[in-house]
Design a binder for this molecule. Structure first.
Ligand SMILES: [Zn+2]
Length: 155
């Protein structure tokens, strides 16, 4: 099942622009900072480690625009990183987190979402994307709703 899906972090060209300009796409200053380990990083889809410097920036994960295309805060590495190297695999360090799974249709409109308990996200994302109306699923944090990554069928 996972071989037919694609797990998408913040696009590389977006990260390059933020790191090169020191600003996100919405004009906010992107200042490198040291934070506690364990932050979900949206550049390489793992949790931050001790001593890693991160940026807190605004990101709009939907490329469609429209009323459901929310902008929200994400942590990314302050310096260039390797990105997400296994895009056909559910990010291992996100498997055991609670999550809200939000499906969207091809026009970017949100369909019925699901709350996933630890260990359920990978299976539930696959079930949501088995529905032909669903074009992509966004995996988000439960309380703040912050986007973690997007899943779609592999082209
Ligand atoms: Zn990274």
């Amino acid at each position: 099942m996972t071989s037919t899906l694609e797990f998408l972090p913040v696009p590389a060209q977006v990260l390059e622009r933020i790191r090169a300009t020191g600003r996100d796409a919405f004009g906010n200053a992107a200042t490198p900072q040291a934070r506690v380990a364990g932050l979900p990083l949206r550049c390489c889809l793992r949790l931050s480690r001790d001593g890693e410097r991160v940026l807190l920036v605004a990101h709009r994960p939907s490329e469609h625009g429209g009323p459901y295309a929310e902008v929200g805060p994400v942590f990314v590495h302050a310096e260039a990183c390797e990105g997400y190297r296994t895009p056909d695999t559910f990010p291992a360090e996100f498997r055991d987190r609670r999550a809200v799974l939000r499906p969207y249709d091809a026009a970017g409109l949100m369909l019925d979402g699901v709350l996933a308990e630890p260990g359920q996200s990978e299976r539930l994302v696959g079930e949501l994307l088995a529905d032909p109306r669903v074009a992509q699923v966004q995996v988000r944090n439960v309380v703040a709703g912050c986007w973690n990554f997007t899943v779609r069928r592999a082209a």
